[in-house]
Design a protein around this ligand. Structure first.
Ligand code: NAD
Length: 273
């Protein structure tokens, strides 16, 4: 079900499925979409300081009436705060905007060179103080993780990366599995650009499902945490309606075969923001 969880290596349970809110506008748009998602049964919300909608996410959480401990809230520290050595202040600001006294998962948004190891120390401190239930990274390649693990006292519990059928990340997934780092997909739908793919459409027709549902089901069956974004209530409901069917192994293989290492987003080894 929508509330099924993966157990992170520290024992914390994280839902396999959640709502992403990148580019969702602070105010009515963020408020209404998060409320619609929670009403539809979502329990996990993925935001970031960068998205500038933490206040509305926090308001939606309050207005939802769902007890705080039943929700799983992720936010992230932005690059500028790594460069300015202001990770701790950034965390306080996020918490205050969200109106929460802890977040479930705090992530380093991008591996800012010469900075991410220092940033990690701050996240470890927040974790030890119980201000976050889990800590992790985002957009880390294998070499970033190896570098981080060489100094980490606490292993990241999650690595959130661009991942969809055209960028299936098989080596990174294997590596993270061995390290007990849960993989989480951002842009699971390729930011909407995968929805007319003929192979996915053909598979979707077999199940009377949409291409979005097929992709998200592929995530779940591959043990990938997934956080599709939509601001439309009908699509928020549609995207979550993936727990009443199963892709066959042969269809999973057909989707696996679509991988061509094609990124829509920035390259974690060469980003300029
Ligand atoms: P996505 O792959 O979730 O695609 C979202 C878009 O797909 C929507 O804007 C809409 O246009 C379309 N869509 C969604 N559901 C649909 C449906 N059922 N039918 C038709 N069209 C549909 O892209 P995303 O928002 O970039 O990624 C998901 C989340 O991942 C983000 O909201 C954010 O929380 C996170 N993210 C993280 C990073 C990072 O660097 N860590 C980067 C990008 C996104």
């Amino acid at each position: 079900s929508l509330q099924d969880t993966t157990t992170l290596h520290n024992g914390v349970k994280m839902p396999w499925f959640g709502l992403g809110v990148y580019k969702v506008q602070e105010g009515e748009e963020a408020l209404q979409s998060v409320k619609a998602a929670i009403k539809a049964g979502y329990r996990s919300i993925d935001t970031a300081a960068l998205y500038q909608n933490e206040e509305s996410v926090g308001q939606a959480i309050k207005e939802s009436g769902v007890p705080r401990e039943e929700l799983f809230i992720t936010t992230k520290v932005w690059n500028e705060d790594q460069r300015n050595d202001s990770v701790l202040e950034a965390f306080e600001t996020s918490l205050q905007k969200l109106g929460l006294d802890y977040v479930d998962l705090y992530l380093i948004h991008w591996p800012v060179k010469e900075k991410y190891k220092q940033s990690w120390k701050v996240l470890e401190q927040l974790y030890k103080e119980g201000r976050v239930r889990a800590i992790g990274v985002s957009n880390f390649q294998i070499h970033h993780l190896e570098d981080l693990l060489s100094v980490a006292e606490i292993k990241p519990m999650v690595n959130q990366v661009e991942l969809h059928p055209l960028l299936a990340q098989p080596e990174l997934r294997d590596y993270c599995k061995k390290q007990e780092i849960q993989i989480e997909a951002w842009a699971p739908l390729g930011q909407g650009r995968l929805l007319e793919h003929p192979v996915l459409q053909e598979i979707a027709a077999q199940y009377n499902k949409t291409t979005a549902q097929v992709i998200l089901r592929w995530d779940i069956q591959n043990q990938i945490v997934t956080i599709p974004k939509s601001v439309k209530e009908a699509r928020i409901i549609e995207n979550a309606n993936i727990f009443n069917f199963s892709l066959t192994e042969s269809n999973i293989q057909k989707i696996n075969a679509l991988n061509k290492n094609e990124r829509f987003g920035a390259d974690p080894d060469n980003f300029n923001f």
